[in-house]
Design a protein around this ligand. Structure first.
Ligand SMILES: *[C@@H]1O[C@H](CO)[C@@H](O)[C@H](O)[C@H]1NC(C)=O
Length: 129
């Protein structure tokens, strides 16, 4: 009887865990669709150009690296730091490509330009473990 009760408790706990993971998985596409991109002007002018802050949010548990973005015409009159690497062909790498965008974390980049750039994810590596 005691064993049967323990078994029952174990089954209940396992199924609760299972549902928890299931709920987390629902939000995951395991591709660049999990990267949510938003952008807003900061209200600051740098050398006469408006500054923008773009936020990359990983809405899934899975880590992404080698995130290639379309960023046509991207330029900045301010130093953008190392969170974004423009490659001169209309594409940019998030970080240097190697540093990961971990699950449920954000990477922010500020840049200043006459007009805002539209960032669209093209490809990435997704690591679920
Ligand atoms: C990501 O995967 C989902 C299915 O899981 C698919 O509907 C969607 O089109 C994919 N997005 C990209 C950008 O490949």
């Amino acid at each position: 009887m005691a064993i049967a009760t323990k078994t029952l408790v174990a089954i209940v706990i396992l199924s609760l865990l299972g549902e928890g993971f299931g709920a987390a998985e629902i939000e995951c596409h395991h591709n660049t669709s999990d990267i949510k991109i938003s952008q807003k002007p900061t209200g600051v002018q740098i050398k006469g150009s408006p500054e923008y802050e773009v936020t990359f949010y990983n809405a899934c548990l899975c880590t992404q690296t080698d995130v290639v973005l379309s960023c046509p015409g991207f330029t900045s009159v301010e130093d953008i730091g190392s969170n974004l690497t423009p490659r001169g062909d209309g594409t940019c790498l998030l970080t240097d490509g190697l540093n990961p965008l971990h699950g449920f974390t954000t990477i922010k980049v500020k840049y200043a330009s006459a007009s805002p750039c539209t960032f669209t994810p093209l490809s990435s590596q997704v690591y679920c473990s």
